[in-house]
Ligand binder design. Structure first.
Ligand code: FAD
Ligand code: DLZ
Ligand code: SF4
Length: 507
């Protein structure tokens, strides 16, 4: 009675539910590199390299602990190119009568698993992914009967339940959220520590060659490739973050500087999402740094909130809302994604830098994703589906369960305000305040109309004016509308004309 235990590319943890209770002398682990997963969106080559190389290294870890691993490489003869096809072939190869798998991170793959039993002839058990702190049932119970599903309330429950940063039922320091302290601009003199990159080993170099041959035309540079592909290296990067960047993580969480892609961020999301690191150990490492006086509370609370709060919350929303969540389009936006999102070819310095580093590293930090590329897409009225597809393709950490709520809900307000109490839109003023981009930009963030005007400015007013019917009932938008209404009619007309002329030229 052979059991086939399937491990997907973002399930690289020895504590995975599908591996629990396995009998290495009888069961077989299947891991398969398949073209379908590499191309359902045109993933950044570094994302594919990261996943394939981390899969190959993880297969070795399993083998060393006694598992029999059937690993199908992308170029293996007979590779059918799909998970379904590979499960079917492996069931036949090993005469398996049952398949055990941990639930995937996407509705698309979850639906495909429903068909595995039919095509393979074996029974299929899909187990809960308990690498998360909050189970589906717990999230559902939290959401039940609430009118508003704001992250902050969820986060407080998670703090109470886990006891992280709690003291006798109260938040340490007396406040749940220290974000007010976390919006500092990066001073020019502030030195930003280096993020170590990991030198590719022989396995990674083989994968780089394979990916360059097969997916070289995808957006993004293949090299230099510096991502960790083993848990040991990911752990050393976690330690480096805690020691060198966490102390200033809070202060400069929202800050941006040209050619400084990582600032004080952890740059650990690819490892966390693929299973090389777990959420608890990351949180506990940060809390321990605070306990020994090595990092201040605003940094540690801010970091813990990203993982215990935002990450768990967006996952809960994704599964609670189901596939229909991706269909929302609050403002009926239909404009196609501008070509510069793929080429990086724009004079707007903020967008050029954020897209340029995305191409180079498959990484941009949260404020770049939200307030530069996301903000522009929302202001310009880009079709949310095209925006979501872009984000899913270009970031090494992107899987739909985490990408979609961030795009639909947070960046595009396409879920009608389920996640965000108001659209995250801003003029060039915000980008100028939080970055030094504008200094090297041909546009002027203080100008709204004319040749030198920052495009974000007129677009901001155009967004408000064209979406007034949808947003007029939102109290949090009322100040913005009062400012618009205070403008003279002539000024409003020239501002809208400026935005329309810009949009008309957008390709
Ligand atoms: P840090 O700033 O160091 O934060 C620490 C950790 O907190 C991250 O590693 C991540 O695991 C978690 N985290 C922080 N913010 C969020 C959030 N909003 N949602 C979920 N987890 C969070 N994150 C992804 O992991 N995958 C995505 O595909 C993704 N797409 C995004 C798209 C948009 C439009 C936006 C606005 C955000 C998106 N995020 C996504 C969230 C966030 O931008 C990234 O998690 C973060 O930039 C990863 O870099 P880091 O590890 O340096 O994060
Ligand atoms: C993202 C990805 C890629 C590029 N390739 C594979 C693969 O070849 N084999 C595999 O098992 N998983 C891969 N993945 C991760 C899956 O796409 C991921 O498991 C689903 O999107 C669900 O989160
Ligand atoms: Fe971006 Fe406008 Fe500043 Fe240029 S002036 S960097 S377009 S915000």
């Amino acid at each position: 009675m052979t059991i086939l235990r399937v491990v997907l590319g973002d399930q690289l943890s020895t504590a995975l539910s599908s591996l629990r209770g396995a009998d290495p002398s009888r069961d077989v682990v299947l891991m398969a590199e398949v073209a379908q997963e590499a191309t359902y969106v045109p993933h950044h080559p570094q994302k594919i390299i990261f996943i394939f190389s981390a899969m190959r290294h993880f297969a070795e870890v399993l083998r060393q602990s006694g598992f029999s691993v059937d690993y199908v490489t992308l170029d293996a003869p007979g590779n059918t190119g799909s998970l379904q096809g590979e499960v079917h072939r492996a069931v036949v190869r090993h005469a398996a009568d049952s398949v055990v798998v941990t639930e995937p991170g996407e509705h698309r793959v979850r639906a495909e698993m429903e068909a595995w039993a039919e095509t393979s002839g074996a029974s299929v058990a899909v187990l809960e992914d308990d690498r998360f702190i909050c189970s589906h049932a717990r999230f559902k119970a939290w959401a039940a009967g609430r009118r508003s599903l704001r992250m902050e309330w969820f986060y407080r429950e998670m703090r109470k339940e886990t006891g992280y940063l709690m003291d006798e039922g109260e938040p340490v320091g007396g406040q749940w959220n220290l974000d007010a302290e976390n919006r500092k601009r990066l001073p020019d003199r502030q030195v930003v520590p280096q993020v170590s990159r990991i030198k590719p080993d022989a396995i990674t170099r083989t994968v780089i060659t394979l990916v360059r041959e097969r997916f070289g035309e995808h957006f993004g540079e293949t090299e230099p490739f510096g991502w960790a592909v083993t848990r040991a290296d990911a752990l050393s990067l976690l330690t480096e973050f805690i020691e060198t960047r966490l102390p200033s993580f809070g202060d400069y969480q929202d800050a941006m500087r040209p050619d400084t892609p990582f600032v004080f961020h952890s740059v650990l999301s690819p490892y966390l999402n693929a299973g090389l690191l777990g959420p608890r150990e990351m949180i506990e490492a940060a809390v321990a740094a605070w306990e020994r006086g090595a990092a201040p509370l605003n940094a540690v609370e801010g970091f813990v909130r990203q993982i215990l709060g935002w990450r768990e919350y967006v996952r809960g929303i994704y599964w609670l809302e189901g596939p229909a969540y991706g269909e929302g389009n609050t403002f009926g936006d239909r404009r196609k994604l501008p070509w510069f999102y793929w080429s990086g070819d724009t004079e707007m310095a903020c967008l050029s830098d954020a897209i340029g580093q995305t191409r180079q590293h498959g990484y941009a930090h949260h404020i770049q994703r939200l307030m530069v590329t996301g903000n522009f897409a929302l202001l310009a009225g880009i079709d949310p589906k095209q925006v979501a597809r872009w984000y899913l393709a270009v970031y090494v950490d992107a899987y739909e369960w985490v990408e979609l709520p961030n795009v639909q809900g947070m960046a595009m307000y396409a879920d009608g305000g389920l996640l965000a109490s108001k659209p995250y839109v801003s003029s060039g003023k915000y980008i100028d305040r939080m970055s030094s981009y504008c200094r090297s930009c041909p546009y002027n963030p203080k100008v709204t109309v004319g040749k030198s005007a920052c495009p974000f400015n007129a677009l901001y007013w155009h967004f408000l004016a064209r979406n007034r019917d949808v947003l007029k009932g939102n109290q949090r938008m009322s100040l913005a509308y009062r400012n618009w209404d205070r403008m003279s009619e002539d000024r409003q007309a020239e501002t809208l004309a400026q935005a329309e002329s810009f949009l008309g030229q957008l390709k």
